[in-house]
Design a protein around this ligand. Structure first.
Ligand SMILES: Cc1ncc(COP(=O)(O)O)c(C=O)c1O
Ligand SMILES: N[C@@H](CCCC[NH3+])C(=O)O
Length: 405
């Protein structure tokens, strides 16, 4: 299995994406830049739709969202999971039909809830009794789901495991809160209990955790007479050559189906759609000993610093037959922890001006990017059948200065 987007090809050592050479894209759009292979994105969406033809696929917008992506999702027939007022605003700006949007979040404000209800959102996922009170105070007619923590400790980084007993998310199944929430919703005029939701974590590689959560959720749904389960996202992706291969969407859906039988099913894949579609392109600046400094860093990819996430990088602008040397690819930020890729082999003749490509940069990178050190965030360039299109423009220092009084 490859970690590169499906249209990636190499000619004389140069990466081409969507039919366009990396050097040309860098020249036209500057670096750093995220290059998004639209054909790959759409194929990954279709793989989930094909895996669940009789259910709903809500794309997890937190992985990466902008209005253009919302338009692609809407056209393909996916639904959308948002978890803040900001993501809701992007869904609206991209023209997603409101009935296809599901609103998550463990601390939705009254204002966010009001905006969602007024827009006619398909479903609000209630995360706490306080939120149920807030929604009730709006006197709305609204479809809701209840977020349940099924007590499954997902095998992943603890910062992105969400389904264990001790969690800020949802209602615990084991202490009876989930049952109390079901009763409270049913006792609230105007609210329709549409289903139950759980999401156990992200970057998961085996289907056992999904299956265990599905079994517990199906048992609970049966006991309270609910016929619809939304079992969240979480399918992992390989970041480096040789990483274990994740299950396919069909594998995951088969594992879920086995446990939930004929219940209506929805899923919320984020990373497994967006992650592998995008390559981050950087230009090499300073090469000092084993440190290769590029023109981005932890502001455009905080994942290595936050979770110790492993990546790879390759020379993308020319061929080199220089012997490989082990180096660290580091950013330009004022922190020693500002690593993008640790200890990888790159050609020993790497020099300023070379382009480095980091694959699998589509999920939780642009969406988690910051302006640390007043570094403007990179653009997202969609490449498709020989054409490139800016779908998120590069931030400028002017954009940043505009905030100051
Ligand atoms: C409720 C919910 N749904 C979906 C997702 C998307 O998860 P992933 O990107 O791992 O598929 C997340 C993030 O983990 C989430 O919290
Ligand atoms: N931000 C995390 C994933 C969070 C999933 C959202 N609940 C990551 O980069 O891996």
């Amino acid at each position: 299995m490859t970690i590169w987007p499906r249209t990636a090809t190499w000619t004389s050592g140069e990466l081409h994406l969507g039919g366009l050479p990396a050097t040309e894209l860098a020249q036209r759009h500057g670096t750093p830049a995220y290059l998004l292979d639209r054909a790959d994105f759409e194929a990954r969406c279709r793989a989930w739709l094909d895996a669940l033809p009789d259910g709903d696929v809500h794309y997890g917008g937190k992985a990466f969202l902008c209005p253009e992506v919302v338009r692609w999702l809407a056209d393909l027939g996916l639904s959308l999971d948002v978890c803040t007022g900001g993501e809701l605003a992007v869904a609206m700006a991209g023209g997603m039909p409101p009935e296809r949007v599901v609103f998550h979040g463990n601390n939705k404000s009254l204002d966010e809830l009001r905006r969602a209800v007024e827009w006619g959102i398909g479903c609000i996922v209630i995360d706490s009794f306080a939120e149920l009170d807030r929604l009730t105070s709006l006197g709305a007619r609204q479809r809701v789901m209840i977020r349940v923590t099924p007590g499954v400790d997902a095998a992943t980084h603890k910062a992105i495991a969400t389904g264990g007993e001790d969690s800020k998310f949802g209602f615990s199944l084991s202490n009876g809160d989930a049952l109390r929430a079901v009763r409270a919703v049913r006792d609230t005029p105007g609210l329709e209990l549409y289903g139950l939701h759980s999401h156990i974590g992200s970057q998961l590689f085996d289907t056992e955790g999904f299956a265990l959560a599905a079994r517990r959720m199906a048992d609970f749904a049966g006991s309270v007479g609910v016929t619809r389960l939304d079992l969240g996202g979480g399918l992992g992706v390989a970041y480096r050559p040789g990483d274990p291969e994740p299950p396919t969407p069909s594998d995951v859906v088969a594992a879920l189906r086995k446990e939930v039988g004929g219940l209506d099913l929805a899923v919320e894949p984020g990373r497994s759609i967006a992650g592998p579609t995008t390559v981050a392109l950087y230009r090499v600046g300073t090469v000092k000993g084993t440190y290769v400094s590029v023109d981005g860093g932890m502001s455009d990819n905080p994942r290595p610093a936050m979770y110790g996430s492993p990546y790879t990088a390759v020379l993308a602008s020319r061929a080199s037959d220089a012997p490989l040397e082990r180096v660290d690819v580091v950013g330009k930020h004022c922190e020693s922890g500002d690593y993008l890729v640790r200890d990888i082999p790159l050609p020993g003749d790497l020099r300023p001006g070379d382009l480095l490509a980091v694959p699998v940069s589509g999920a939780y990178q642009r969406s988690m990017a910051s302006n640390y050190n007043h570094v403007p965030r990179p653009p997202v360039i969609a490449v498709f059948e020989g054409a490139d299109r800016v779908i998120v423009r590069r931030e400028t220092e002017e954009d940043l200065l505009r905030l100051y009084v």
